[in-house]
Design a protein around this ligand. Structure first.
Ligand code: NAP
Length: 456
C-alpha cells in the first residue's frame, strides 16, 4: 500500500488525490489542510455570486469522500507551530504539496501601505469568510474606488463593490460583509490597466458580466481603444472578443445609473496619495493619511506588447485602492523555492533539490506552475504529478512508514478536524442561514468553525 499526503485541499489537491486513487487501487491519500474547511480557493477565492463555479465543490466533495481518501483539516504544515515538512515526510511514502500561491504581488510604489490601500487578496478573503481575514474598514467613507489590474480578480472585486443586497443576500456571503457591502456609499469604481485593452487578462465571460449589473453603468474611453495598436484579426479569440465587448460599451450613450464602473487603460500607477483631510464625522485626523487618490502615468504602446511612459500624469480620486495585480507563491520551510517565479522547482511535479528530483516530494497547482489558469487547468497539472508519484511508487513503498499517520499526528499533539467535523460545520452554516432568514451563510471566524467542528 502506498500512503500519500496531499497538502492543500483546493482544486489542485483534490484533483491530485483523485488521479492517485483512480490510477492505482493500492493508494491511500490523506488530504491535509491548515483550515478546518476543504476546497481552498473554491471556498475562499471564488466570489460568492459565482454560484456556478462554486458548485464545483460538489465534484471536489466526491473526491474527499472516496473510500481511500481522508480529509485531515486544521493541520498546519511548516511555519511556526506547524508540523515540520521533514516530520510529514517520515509519516508518508510521498507528500504532494498543493499549497497554491498564498500571497499577493506588490506594486512597489510609494503610498502602497497607506490605510485604504489593500491587496485584493485581503478584500476577497474578507468577503469569502476566511477565518484569518478581518474587516480592515475597507469601505468606510468610500465613494470612489480604484482597482489596479485588469485580470479576473480585478473583475471579481469590481463586481462585488457594486453588487446590491438583492443579488448578494441569496449567496453564502457572511452577514457582516453583506451588511458592509450593501450599506456602502460607493458610486464609482475605476478599474485600471497599465497596458492596452487587447493585453487585458480578464476572460470575456467575466468581463461581459460587468455590463449586466443592476443599476450600474460601464464606461470605456474610446480614446483608449483607438490607442490600442492590435489588429483584431490577428488576436487570439479571447482578446478579440474582449475588444468587441469593450467597443460596445464605448459606443453606448451615457446612462443615468446610480453606480458607474469606469474601465481605464494605458495608466501605470506611480504613487498612492494620502488624502490629508479629516473624516466626515470630524474625528481628529481619522481621515488624515488615508488614501485620497492614485497618481498614474499615461503610457503608450511600445510596439512589442509593452508600454512606455509618456511623462504625462493623471490623478484619480479614491478612498479605497484594491491592488489586483496577481498572486505570489510563498516558500514553505524545508522545501526549495525559486524566488523569481514564486514556485517550487520541479520536473513533471517531482521537487528538484540541488539539481536532482527528490524522491517522495512532489508539487501540483499554482506552487508548481505559478498563479495562472482557471480551476480546470489544475486537472492536467495534477494528473502529471500523480503520474510521477505512481511511476515512483515501487521505490517509494520500500521505505517503512507508520501503519496509521493519524495516530502519529495525535501523539504529536495535533487533533485534526475529520470529515465528520467538516460536515458539522456545514450543518452549522445551514443553521446560521436559517436563523438569518437566508440560505447557507458561512461562519467567518476560527472559534465558530472549531466549535461547530467539535460538535460532530
Ligand atoms: P492576472 O490574471 O495575472 O492579472 C494581473 C493584472 O495585474 C494584469 O492586468 C497585470 O497587467 C496587472 N499588473 C501586474 N503587475 C502590475 C503593476 N505593477 N502595475 C499595474 N498592473 C499590474 O492575475 P489575477 O487577476 O490575480 O488572476 C490570477 C488567476 O486566477 C488568473 O489565471 C485568473 O484567470 C484566475 N481567476 C479566474 C477567475 C474566474 O475564472 N472567474 C476569477 C479569479 C481569478 P500586465 O498584464 O500588464 O502584467
Amino acid at each position: 500500500m502506498l500512503r500519500v499526503a496531499v497538502v492543500g485541499s483546493g482544486p489542485s489537491g483534490c484533483y491530485t488525490a483523485q488521479s492517485l486513487v483512480q490510477g492505482d487501487p493500492g493508494v491511500h491519500v490523506d488530504v491535509v489542510d491548515r483550515l478546518p474547511c476543504p476546497y481552498g480557493l473554491v471556498r475562499y477565492g471564488v466570489a460568492p455570486d459565482h454560484e456556478k463555479i462554486k458548485s464545483l465543490q460538489g465534484s471536489l466533495r466526491t473526491v474527499l469522500e472516496h473510500e481511500r481518501v481522508r480529509f485531515l483539516g486544521g493541520v498546519r504544515v511548516g511555519g511556526p507551530g506547524g508540523l515540520p515538512v521533514e516530520r510529514l515526510r517520515e509519516l508518508y511514502h510521498a507528500v504532494v504539496y498543493c499549497v497554491g500561491a498564498a500571497t499577493d504581488r506588490r506594486l512597489g510604489i510609494p503610498g502602497e501601505e497607506l490605510p485604504g490601500s489593500w491587496s485584493a487578496t485581503d478584500f476577497v478573503a474578507w468577503y469569502s469568510a476566511h477565518p484569518d481575514a478581518a474587516d480592515a474598514g475597507f469601505l468606510h467613507g468610500v465613494r470612489s474606488a480604484v482597482v489596479i489590474g485588469v485580470g479576473n480578480v480585478a473583475v471579481d472585486v469590481t463586481r462585488m463593490l457594486v453588487r446590491g443586497a438583492a443579488e448578494l443576500r441569496p449567496t453564502d456571503i457572511p452577514q457582516a460583509a453583506l451588511d458592509t457591502l450593501t450599506a456602502s456609499g460607493i458610486a464609482e469604481v475605476h478599474m485600471v490597466g497599465r497596458r492596452g485593452p487587447s493585453q487585458a487578462r480578464f476572460t470575456t465571460k467575466e468581463l461581459r458580466e460587468l455590463g449586466g449589473l443592476p443599476g450600474t453603468e460601464v464606461t470605456v474611453d474610446p480614446a483608449d481603444l483607438a490607442l490600442d495598436p492590435a489588429d483584431p484579426a490577428a488576436l487570439p479569440a479571447v482578446q478579440r472578443r474582449n475588444l468587441e465587448v469593450l467597443r460596445g460599451w464605448a459606443e453606448r450613450p451615457p446612462a443615468d445609473a446610480a453606480r458607474r464602473i469606469g474601465l481605464r487603460f494605458f495608466l501605470r500607477p506611480v504613487e498612492v496619495l494620502a488624502s490629508g483631510g479629516t473624516s466626515r464625522s470630524g474625528e481628529a485626523g481619522s481621515g488624515e493619511g488615508r488614501v485620497g487618490a492614485v497618481r498614474f502615468e499615461r503610457t503608450a504602446p511600445d510596439g512589442h506588447g509593452g508600454v512606455t511612459g509618456t511623462g504625462r500624469f493623471e490623478e484619480v480620486p479614491a478612498q479605497v485602492v484594491l491592488r489586483a495585480v496577481g498572486y505570489r507563491g510563498v516558500p514553505l520551510d524545508g522545501l526549495p523555492f525559486d524566488a523569481v517565479t514564486g514556485t517550487v522547482p520541479n520536473a513533471a511535479g517531482r521537487v528538484v533539490r540541488d539539481g536532482a528530483p527528490s524522491p517522495g516530494e512532489y508539487v501540483a497547482g499554482w506552487i508548481k506552475r505559478g498563479p495562472t489558469g482557471v480551476i480546470g487547468t489544475n486537472r492536467p497539472c495534477a494528473k502529471e504529478t500523480a503520474a510521477s508519484v505512481l511511476a515512483d511508487a515501487p521505490a517509494l513503498v520500500a521505505r517503512q512508514v507508520p501503519e496509521d499517520p493519524l495516530a502519529a499526528l495525535r501523539a504529536a499533539g495535533i487533533e485534526p478536524v475529520l470529515w465528520t467535523g467538516w460536515l458539522a460545520i456545514e450543518r452549522a452554516e445551514a443553521a446560521l442561514g436559517a436563523q438569518l432568514g437566508r440560505g447557507v451563510v458561512k461562519l467567518a471566524d476560527w472559534d465558530a468553525l472549531l466549535t461547530a467542528a467539535g460538535s460532530a
